[in-house]
Design a protein around this ligand. Structure first.
Ligand code: FAD
Length: 433
């Protein structure tokens, strides 16, 4: 048994950073990611505040470093079944799901997907656009191996097909591939399971599921991304026209006792970023951000907001809109709100509306925490109950957490927590040894 090995659950930026740090300290790392690629939510972002760096340009080198590091074993499309034992001596059972494509043979050419006849709503593109039943999770995916989605594959559903197998020159398709189980002996575990997007469909007053030109912020991120479903062009879903006016509504489901009481922490800044980027995509476009109060607390954040106002004419209106209706003639969303500064009731029409939806713990936080014996707080984030001066250690010795699974936080904070957790793991293993 290698008692110095570490299991990291979740391959977003937090899990990636922890893995690289620990691997560079000479530790053996197993990074388990449930999706077909590492990258997490950051891979879905176009640019990042407050520098407007291209998200993929700073994430991809880390993903590649992770994949190529001699001390890191990537287990993608995999999930933790069970963890037993204690600090210095954990035994984890991992389920590696069948991709039906051999990782060692697939060259990622994409001929299979080009020929596949089945179209499926694309989860990575937040439901905008389609992918095929055999697909690569996103263009820069690591590993770049394709995967067959058995729920939609015609052949796996008992119908006649087999086109991808006939197309694949690398002979990588293996319809008979089975799920497999891997047992790992590790000394410590890091939970980095990240977050999910709150379903805003039940907030009927905002019309996300009924009004075509009301999008979520993640859909907007995908739309303005050059590798996204519209090739980076801002288009109204109702008619494909470029919008001339945009509105962002903050705290949709957050800071709301009917939904999630807490602040999602990153939305003031991502809406500011999206308004700036929208302006860069469509010159002359006007953006209005409806907010309760502006939370610009990180380094350079207040200046970012000031620049949005001064250089991009972004209008910040202090209001919590109560309802969105639609102008039926042109499908323009109409926002009804009380301007809390002037105390007036108003209605304003926009070409498109973007909802900053609440961000919630990953849907698998509960099951992962249950398997690890880790306590969660009332919202489902990992509890850091032990010590305010040690916000990486869970209630279980040898099990640590970092990133958004602890509480809402942006990329720089997730990276800081990830590196800190890595150093705590190294310290704990050294002490245990
Ligand atoms: C619309 C939007 C825009 C944003 N813009 C910015 C920005 O400009 N700048 C910025 O700093 N931040 C931004 N953020 C926040 C940023 O996305 C997060 O800070 C960051 O993604 C957190 O990283 P993470 O690794 O903790 O979590 P995640 O990115 O969520 O990664 C978690 C990973 O764990 C995996 N996982 C979950 N459960 C399991 C399991 N059971 N087993 C194995 N793997 C599992 C997931 O599949 C995922 O890959 C934005 C967020 C949103 C919603």
């Amino acid at each position: 048994m290698d008692e110095k090995a570490v299991l990291i659950i979740g391959g977003g930026i937090a899990g990636i950073q922890s893995s690289i740090d620990l691997a560079n300290m000479g530790k053996k790392v197993y990074l388990v990611e449930k999706k077909p690629s590492i990258g997490g939510r950051m891979a879905q972002l176009d640019k990042t505040f407050p520098t407007n760096d291209c998200a993929m340009c700073i994430l991809a080198p880390k993903m590649i470093e992770c994949a190529n590091h001699e001390n890191i074993t990537l287990l993608t499309y995999s999930e933790v079944l069970e963890v037993q034992g204690e600090k210095g001596n954990f035994r984890a059972r991992i389920l590696k799901k069948a991709r039906f494509v051999e990782e060692s043979k697939c060259v990622g050419c994409g001929e299979c997907a080009a020929k596949c006849p089945t179209k499926v709503v694309d989860e990575f593109n937040a439901g905008l656009g389609v992918r095929k039943a055999i697909y690569k999770y996103f263009p820069q995916a690591v590993p770049s191996t394709y995967v067959i989605d058995p729920e939609h594959c015609r052949l796996k559903q008992g119908k006649k097909c087999g086109i991808c197998e006939k197309t694949c020159k690398a002979k990588a398709i293996n319809y008979e591939q089975k799920d497999s189980e891997i047992v790992l002996e590790v000394g410590a575990v890091v939970m980095a399971t990240g977050f999910d997007l709150y379903n805003v469909a039940p907030l009927k007053e905002y019309g996300w599921s009924t009004l075509p030109n009301v999008l979520t912020a993640m859909q907007f991120e995908r739309m303005i991304c050059a590798s996204g479903p519209t090739g980076g062009h801002l288009k109204r879903p109702s008619d494909g026209k470029e919008p001339a006016s945009l509105a962002f509504i903050q705290c949709v489901g957050s800071r709301d006792v009917r939904h999630k009481r807490y602040c999602s922490a990153v939305c003031c800044m991502h809406a500011t970023k999206e308004a700036i980027l929208a302006h860069e995509h469509c010159r002359g476009l006007s953006s209005t951000i409806f907010y309760m109060d502006m939370r610009a607390v990180g380094k350079g954040f207040q200046d970012y907001v000031r620049r949005a106002k001064a250089e991009y004419s972004v209008d910040y209106v202090r209001a919590r809109p109560g309802r969105i209706t639609e102008n039926e003639e042109n499908h323009n969303p109409v926002i009804h709100y009380e301007d809390t500064v002037t105390r007036e009731l108003k209605a304003r029409e926009f070409d498109m509306v973007v909802l900053s939806q609440a961000l919630i713990p990953s849907e698998s936080n509960l099951s992962v925490a249950g398997k690890l014996g880790v306590e969660l707080d009332e919202f489902g984030f990992v509890s850091m109950t032990r010590d305010v001066l040690d916000p990486f250690t869970t209630n279980r010795d040898g099990i640590f957490a970092c990133g958004f699974c602890q509480s809402p936080m942006d990329v720089p904070d997730s990276v800081i927590r990830a590196s800190a957790a890595a150093s705590k793991v190294a310290e704990a293993l050294a002490r245990g040894h």
